[in-house]
Write a new protein. Structure first.
Lengths: 227, 870
């Protein structure tokens, strides 16, 4: 089942002579439950693509459909609501709210939505992330790996249509990195969660179902990994 | 310039807005200090000039000095001018119509004396030799002696001596009024010399001639070259440089030259500020110190905050500097350098704008000041080098205090700290704990808002502190001005006339004449007059009100003691009043049976209950009888005066009379005939009758002028004129004047605090940009974002009120307690101002939050997220 369709997506920074094409007419589709790795050199447009998919940056032209919703036809408020219900974003630097506890950080999208969490779902996620005994901690009392797990929890709590991760292991040591990737993979498999991960790490990319290679704002390769 | 300072400068330029806020803060603070100092100096100058205008410009007075001593004083290098004067003496003023002023009093001045003593020429010229004279205009207007310029006066001049023993055998001067008793004038004037004077000018009555003096002033010329060896004169000296050494100096000088009598013009010296351990100076000094400390507290909290923010923003830079080898000292000095640059720009601008500001204020308030303080001089802008130096020093100290802690913090920033930026994220769970209720009531937005406040306690506290300072200042000051206005209303309570005249005349015939004259004065006015006597009564118990029966002053044979205020009125006014009270006027004129209108409604404050009581003190009907008695306190004798029949009772008051504040007293209103009849019973108590006249007029100033002109003609001492209307106006102007300064001061302090709040909140929000972006990336809508910002403002406001209101009420209570001794009324909170303050707190915080929040809200999420990761 198709969950994401990208059509002719372009993003140009700046104007005139200094204009830089970060994305140049990118189109692809993603099916539900796919695990996609996006790779490419620095400045190739990976992060821009991810942000546009997540509804936090706007494209210069082109369209993004998530579950048949034309994301960039939404107004700001609707876009924010779309983000909190349909998108789970994971950043390299976790971006947790320092004044909220682990539990509150994970629940944040639901709290913003004025909804209560499904207790079973919450417990399930927390247990899988190994955070059950850290729920009342503040982010600055956690290690980097733990913080990243919190941000995964936050991305998962709403059962989003898309989970997007921007170099989720870029700031972690190799042990923590592989743990995080296993977790992401596990959620991908057990919850059938669609997952798009930007990475520099070839070992991570090779664990994906499909690898998109971006160079100079264009998809140069789209390979399906067969195991 | 070294690299660290260059970097600091660049940083200041980069953060234009914050630098500007800091600069404005220092400017306001320097301007306020300058304004306070200039205001003080200008007021001292005003008082100095006013003193000179009334008493003349001199500092030391050597009395009874001879020719040689005068020469010594003249030759002294400290002497600027020597004002010589000599009292020639008294002479009978032929034809004086004023029985209390039978003399002409001649005083001589030298050239400098005429220049420096306040002598105002009205006509002609001042005397230029010792046979010329200028006379006081009162001789023409009051004594009614018809002298003209050019007339020659032949005076037999001498000294006044009393014939009574009480006065001793020294000659009397102008401060003794004419000694007169039942046997006539009890003094003589000796005949020491004959003098022939030509009148060359007419002067205004000099301000130093007391109203009760028996002699009209005339001034002649003192030629020091004509002084003989035995002549003595008074020498008043104005010195070149006034300092606190003047006292020792003058005394030593007097000793050296054998001068026995030295005195000083303390009034003037006080306003030169050279009297040590002087009460006025102490009060002035304390007052300025308090104001300047308030300014400093306000500005330090702003400036400190600005520097603290600047350091925390620069910490990455400072850390980098540290990693390439900047020493602690270099880092610390970079903050002091920042302070130096800001001071260099702000202090001069502040001083100039302070002087300008106060100058403009003076321009507008000068008319008010003249009227409110009843002075002739106007306030001039006096800028003293000391004021400027004080302002510079205070501002420098303010900046130094403000930069000290940030500088120390800067010096401690290490490379690794800076790169990690750990400063802002050190929090514990307990610190940001909020109650579950918060989320229930305010939602997640409110909870995050509150936690954000709690996270950075220091900034939170500074913001709250700034708010509290402004609040407390505003409220306590408005409470104080409210209080003053209320006391003004209180003292004016029940006053239904514009001008009150008290007659100082005890001859019935003369009284009648004066009353007759005054009622025929020009000008549209109403007049009521009273001959009043203070008596007492023993009233039968059945005629007393319950109030008094339960709580009598004294009880004797079933009778209760009452104070009685007997007011006799003129027939016409009484007729009107009788009509108003609904009784037959003729009853009050019956010579056989003295009758009175009783006014027994009193209004007093019950101290045990702490409230005002308005009650009747009697329980009388028409026809009841009241005995009245008189006590002669001097001779300890009591007289039974009469039995008065109650014609009616009323709670209305005729013009001029105010409600009694006496818990056991009443008024009896009678006709003048009745009073005369009561007093013919044999006792001479005429001297204790108080005669007062009350006027109302549409133009009270004009009426006052007419009354005063009349007063000049019959003699100053015969009546006291009190213009209540003008007094009321003057008080109102005083309060207005005070308000101008006080609210000006508060506005500026509030400006500092507002700048501080803007600074803190906008930085606070700017530092959290990334967090906001993150919140938005997980789906916070713009509406929720605004909600969060609004809640943060509300929490700031609530916290400020939480501290500010109790502190303000506390201050009000203390002020009330220390002030209430004078006027007793309950503590009343200026609720309107409280409401205003509460609104202002939320408006200030809300604006600051919205302003900074709007900027963040517009920002691109990705830009914000990326910014600080780099």
């Amino acid at each position: 089942m198709e969950i994401l369709r990208v059509e002719g997506l372009s993003k140009i920074y700046g104007k005139g002579e200094t204009a830089v094409k970060a994305l140049d007419n990118v189109s692809f589709t993603v099916n539900k439950g796919e695990f996609i790795a996006v790779v490419g050199p620095s400045g190739s447009g990976k992060s821009t693509l991810l942000h546009i998919l997540g509804g936090v940056d706007t494209p210069t032209s082109g369209k993004v459909y998530v579950e048949d919703t034309d994301v960039y036809s939404l107004d700001e408020t609707k876009l924010a609501i779309f983000r909190r219900r349909q998108i789970g974003l994971i950043y390299q630097f976790y971006n947790l709210i320092p004044v909220l506890t682990v539990k509150e950080n994970i629940m944040l999208p639901l709290l913003l939505d004025g909804r209560k969490a499904d207790k079973g779902h919450f417990k399930d996620i927390v247990n899988k992330l190994g955070l059950s005994d850290r729920l009342d901690y503040l982010p600055n009392q956690l290690s980097g790996g733990q913080q990243q797990r919190v941000s995964i929890g936050r991305a998962l709590i709403t059962n989003p249509a898309l989970m997007l991760a921007d170099e989720p292991t870029g700031n972690l040591d190799s042990k923590n990195s592989s743990e995080i990737i296993s977790l992401l993979k596990m959620f991908n498999k057990t919850l059938n969660q669609t997952l798009i991960v930007i990475t520099h790490d070839e070992r991570i990319a090779l664990q994906a179902d499909r690898i998109l290679t971006i160079e100079d704002g264009r998809i140069t390769k789209d390979e399906v990994i067969r195991r | 310039m070294n690299i660290v300072n260059r970097l600091t400068l660049r940083q200041l330029k980069l953060n234009k807005k914050r630098t500007l806020v800091t600069i404005i803060g220092v400017i306001i603070s320097a301007a306020m200090v300058t304004a306070v100092a200039t205001l003080g100096a200008s007021f001292m100058d005003l008082l100095r000039r006013q003193t000179i205008a009334t008493d003349g410009e001199w500092h030391i007075l050597y009395r009874y000095v001879n020719k040689n001593q005068v020469q010594a004083i003249k030759n002294d290098e400290e002497t600027k001018a020597v004002l010589l004067s000599r009292d020639v003496g008294y002479s009978i003023l032929e034809g004086s119509q004023n029985k209390n002023k039978p003399y002409i009093f001649v005083r001589e001045y030298n050239e400098e004396g005429f220049q420096n003593y306040p002598i105002e020429l009205k006509e002609g010229r001042l005397p230029e030799n010792s046979s010329e004279i200028a006379i006081s205009e009162a001789i023409l207007s009051n004594a009614k002696v018809d002298y003209k310029i050019g007339d020659v006066l032949n005076l037999e001049i001498g000294k006044r001596y009393s014939l009574l023993e009480d006065y001793g055998d020294l000659p009397l001067d102008q401060s003794y009024s004419l000694i007169i008793d039942e046997n006539g004038i009890q003094e003589v004037v000796t005949s020491d010399e004959f003098k022939e004077y030509t009148i060359v000018g007419i002067i205004k009555r000099p301000s130093w001639e007391p109203t009760w003096s028996p002699g009209y002033t005339a001034v002649s010329y003192l030629n020091e070259n004509e002084l003989s060896e035995n002549d003595v004169v008074n020498a008043a000296v104005s010195v070149k440089k006034v300092s606190s050494k003047i006292f020792d100096y003058a005394e030593k000088f007097a000793e050296k030259h054998g001068i026995k009598h030295v005195s000083f013009n303390y009034e003037l010296l006080r306003y030169h500020g050279v009297i040590k351990s002087d009460e006025v100076r102490r009060v002035l000094f304390n007052f300025s110190a308090i104001i300047i400390s308030i300014i400093m507290i306000g500005s330090v909290s702003l400036i400190y905050n600005a520097f603290a923010i600047s350091v925390s923003e620069r910490s990455r830079n400072l850390g980098m500097l540290s990693s390439v080898g900047a020493t602690k000292k270099q880092k610390r000095n970079s903050v002091f350098f920042e302070g130096f640059v800001i001071g260099l720009i702000s202090i001069p601008i502040g001083i100039i704008s302070g002087i300008l500001g106060i100058g403009i204020t003076f321009y507008f308030i000068n008319p008010l000041i003249k009227n409110a303080f009843m002075i002739s001089e106007s306030l001039k802008l006096v800028v003293m080098p000391t004021s400027i130096i004080v302002s510079v020093i205070v501002s420098i100290i303010t900046i130094l205090i403000s930069t000290y802690i940030p500088a120390r913090r800067a010096s401690n920033i290490s490379a690794i700290d800076a790169i990690r930026q750990t400063h802002d994220i050190k929090i514990t769970r307990r610190q940001v704990k909020t109650s579950w209720l918060t989320r229930k009531i305010f939602g997640i937005e409110g909870e995050i808002g509150l936690k954000n406040l709690k996270r950075n306690r220091k900034r939170y506290k500074i913001t709250v502190f700034s708010l509290v300072v402004s609040m407390v200042l505003f409220l306590s000051v408005s409470f104080f001005t409210d209080f003053l206005e209320k006391t003004l209303l209180m003292t004016q309570d029940g006053i239904n006339y514009d001008i009150e005249v008290f007659l100082n005349v005890y001859d019935n015939k003369e009284k009648e004449e004066i009353i007759e004259d005054l009622s025929n004065l020009n000008g549209n006015h109403n007049l009521a007059w009273y001959n009043s006597l203070y008596l007492y009564s023993w009233v039968d118990k059945e005629l007393a009100s319950d109030q008094i029966i339960n709580n009598p002053i004294e009880e004797k044979d079933q009778k209760l003691y009452y104070n009685v205020y007997l007011n006799a009125m003129g027939d016409e006014a009484l007729k009107d009043f009788a009509n108003e009270a609904g009784i037959d006027f003729e009853l009050l004129k019956n010579p056989e049976n003295p009758q009175a209108i009783v006014i027994d409604t009193v209004k007093y404050r019950d101290y045990t209950e702490g409230r005002y009581v308005e009650t009747r003190t009697l329980n009388v009907e028409a026809g009841d009888r009241i005995n009245i008695h008189y006590k002669d306190w001097e001779q300890e004798k009591e007289y039974d005066l009469a039995q008065i029949e109650v014609a009616a009772y009323t709670d209305k008051l005729p013009m001029g009379l105010s409600p009694l504040g006496d818990s056991a007293g009443f008024r009896l209103i009678v006709s003048q005939d009745t009073l005369d009849r009561i007093l013919t019973t044999g006792q001479d108590i005429n001297f204790n009758i108080e005669t007062k006249l009350y006027f109302t007029s549409s133009d009270s100033l004009k009426l006052q002028e007419a009354i005063e002109e009349y007063q000049n003609n019959i003699g100053q001492e015969k009546m006291f004129v009190f213009n209540v209307f003008q007094f009321r106006q003057r008080e109102e102007q005083m309060i207005l004047l005070m308000k101008v300064f006080v609210y000006g001061f508060i506005t500026l302090i509030t400006a500092i605090c507002t700048a501080n709040i803007f600074n803190t909140i906008s930085t606070n929000i700017a530092l959290r940009k990334r967090e906001f972006a993150m919140l938005k990336s997980v789906g916070m809508t713009p509406k929720s974002f605004n909600k969060m910002i609004n809640y943060e403002s509300i929490f700031y406001g609530i916290k400020a009120l939480f501290y500010g209101l109790p502190v303000s009420f506390g201050v009000m209570y203390l002020m009330h307690r220390s002030l209430v001794g004078k006027f007793s009324f309950g503590l009343s909170v200026p609720w309107f101002d409280v409401g205003l303050t509460i609104a202002a707190v939320f408006i200030i915080v809300g604006m600051a939050m919205l302003y900074s929040g709007a900027k963040v809200n517009k920002e691109n999420i990705i830009d914000a997220l990326k910014r600080e990761i780099i």
